[in-house]
Design a protein. Sequence first.
Length: 432
Amino acid sequence: MHVGDFSGGEDDPYARGKYKHVIEKLDYLCELGVNAIELMPVKEYPGDYSWGYNPRYFFATESSYGSTAELKNLIDECHAHGIRIFMDGIFNHSEAESPLTQIDHDYWYHHEPRDPENNWGPEFNYEHYDENLETYPARRFIGDVVRFWIEEYHIDGIRYDAARQIANYDFMHWIVQETKQTAGSKPFYNIAEHIPETADITGVDGPMDGCWHESFYHCVLEHITGETFDLERLKDALDAKRQGFLGVTNVVNYLTNHDHNHLMVELADRDIFDEAAFKRLKLGAVMLMTAMGVPMIWMGEEFGEYKPKTIEQNKIEWSLLENDLNRELFEYYKGLISLRKENHALYTENINFFHEDPESKVMAYVRWNDEGARVVVVTNFSDSYHAGYRIENFPENGTWHEWTGDYDVEAGDKNILIDLPEYEAKVFVWQQ
């Protein structure tokens, strides 16, 4: 969520959203089923508008969004609504005129960029050790920052921007331990933005709890737009264990984020509009909510936001919810999130791909737990309507409830016969 673009001042394109406007939308987020918000950076940055990845003052909150008291009030209100708050932490670099750069640049930062093509400001030097003070200056500073935000604002997790550029697991291990010790008995979730993703960062010897799953985004986009059909890539996206990740909290899946266009923009660029576009958005949503991992939604994606990515002000078009197709997409997301919360088959890392049909571009997989909960997903990535399509090796004979159409179907001899429209998913829930 970008506070400035999320809500507030809809009648004035130049007015920025504030913390208080997020509070006004908490009932909407609760209706959708959101249980955590990842705030794009809210540390003080220069200028009137920014995504926030140029922090100048690490202990100050962005004044254009409201006061520190109002940010604390937002976090308290989120907690009262059952919503956790994750902070976007910029610990790879700072803005060029941040005070530490003026005091003694090379004491806290690398002298020059290590990777000039991926440089966003002076880069903290976590290897530099001051023998006189017996401390790592940059580590000590960021440690103070992290402890301050946990103690003062009661945040519940941190997303570490540019973890690949930080490239220091020793520092990451240390800072993650600092977060957990400061948070005490409260669960604290540490997430790496490591592009491309790497399972090592959340592995047995890795420092982080979770990692953004960038390949999920690319794979789903290419499949719902009809650019490719690759069963092995689909299976990697849906089951990150195949890529070396260990469990459900180790990957954060998403259909898009602030660094990418909304899917509606990608579809429009390929001349896919109206009902055809919304069908494909729903197909992507099913994959997001039934994949192994933690699902994340970029604000507005749940109702078909259409504005292209820009670093300029880019407010959500809330009036889209007045349109039938947009409202239907919102209700679809709302239902899928409810299904994900209620059906514990989707809590596990268990997934089995039991039906693969490259010729028809159909794939089916089952999620389950040890208590008997089962969810089967059947996906059609073709532009053909498959009438009377038979799915063999179905996990269980008996009654299954098809969630998207709200009807029951009987499986016999371990197979079912269904109609499978183009670019659509069917979701079958086992009726125990």
